[in-house]
Design a protein around this ligand. Structure first.
Ligand SMILES: [Zn+2]
Length: 114
């Protein structure tokens, strides 16, 4: 059993980066295949009540997934598909020490929790 912690990696120029920790890398750069609209209307994201649109979108995705509101994928599917694997998508990686608002990070969290 490998003790490495799965991480989120970035696909650049359509190239999946090599694994930094020996775990398999799975490309998950669009959530569209899970029928999740990975985008929000600009009018919503510019609404001043939404302080951090990317965090808002990631929170919404995670809540919808946990609540069983996303067709064709649920928490069990995520664990089965992604547990113990690194996930790669096209979102820029955050600056060192800053939070990563990519929704794929939420998949990582769900996949690897008990
Ligand atoms: Zn992403």
């Amino acid at each position: 059993m490998c003790n490495a912690t799965p991480v989120r990696l970035r696909v650049v120029n359509d190239i999946v980066p090599p694994s930094p920790n020996g775990l398999e890398v799975v490309r998950v750069d669009t959530l569209a295949k899970y029928n999740y609209p990975h985008r929000y209307p600009a009018v919503l994201l510019n609404f001043e009540g939404v302080k951090n649109p990317r965090a808002f979108a990631a929170d919404d995705f995670e809540m919808a997934l946990r609540a069983g509101l996303i067709p064709d994928i649920n928490v069990s599917d995520v664990k089965l598909a992604f547990r113990g694997k690194n996930l790669a998508c096209r979102c820029p990686l955050p600056e060192r020490g800053k939070p990563d608002y990519c929704p794929v990070v939420r998949l990582l969290r769900i996949a690897n929790e008990d």
